[in-house]
Design a protein around this ligand. Sequence first.
Ligand code: PHE
Length: 333
Amino acid sequence: MIDQIKAARESALKRLAAAATSDDVRAVEIDVLGKKGTLTDLKTALGKLSTIEEKKQAGSALNEASATVADALAARLAELRRAERAVQLEIERVDLTEIMRRPKRGHAHVVTQAWQRLEDVFVGLGFQVAEGPEVETDWYNFEALNMPANHPARSMHDTFYVDHGSPGSTVLRTHTSPVQMRVMQTVAPPIYMIMPGRVFRNETTDATHLAVFHQIEGLVIDRGITLPDLAGTIEAFTKSFFGADFTSRLRPSYFPFTEPSAEFDIRTPSGEWLELGGSGMVHPNVLRAGGLDPEEWSGFAFGFGIDRMAKERHAINDLREMYSNDVRFLEQF
Ligand code: PHE
């Protein structure tokens, strides 16, 4: 009997040492200490021993073997669990330093956001988007727009000249209106187009003026277009860009390339009027310069500053702040 107990004990310890998973350990427990386990069976067999002395010896050997196997079981189980957990942790590991090193996600500049929103609103109204060059000829920027040399209106456009071609023939465009001409020359009417872009004026910058800024031009050419179409378009734009509680008005003005001409203002819900831009019916001379017959086609045009829109929308005090590239300022929008 003693030999049997020893054999059961040794085989159990050997199997435990070789156990690779906690399931292996549980299998040893069932086989040795379970209801039909080897040591359990031997305990039942104790009663069949003939002498008290034999029973005593075998009994204490059995108790010792059971305790040793139980201890070894617990120790091996703890060991394997630790290893299994380490593997699990390694699988689920997240490198936090990686997150800390990732650069902060940026966003579009406040003026770019205004530009994109303007495009979205006009595209929603059925307009297409076109762009033209920033360096223009005198013809596109002035002449074709009914502003021949020495025209007094030219003095309103403080022009940057580019040292190219004959003196004064190449300019940084002072407005987006030259793109009207480029569109008329390349697109057959009907035309429903907006033309956003960067423009340049040789003037001293202050809180409300920049030497480099952005405009968005609008041009509609079709049959039977009249002034109310302009007013209606400006009103539809105002409501969809600023909100239903805003409204707009046209105020008589003068531009060489439109006749009649009007400035347009918007009225905020608090009753304040803000000047937004210029507009008017495309002048017959401009239609002719664009290769269109004024007897057949008519249209309207408008233009306004994108930077100013961003300024009004976010109540920014000084236009120059938008170009100071101070992240603490730009992050707010
Ligand atoms: N180009 C004009 C400006 O820069 C604005 C304008 C555009 C006026 C179209 C009338 C029609 O001031």
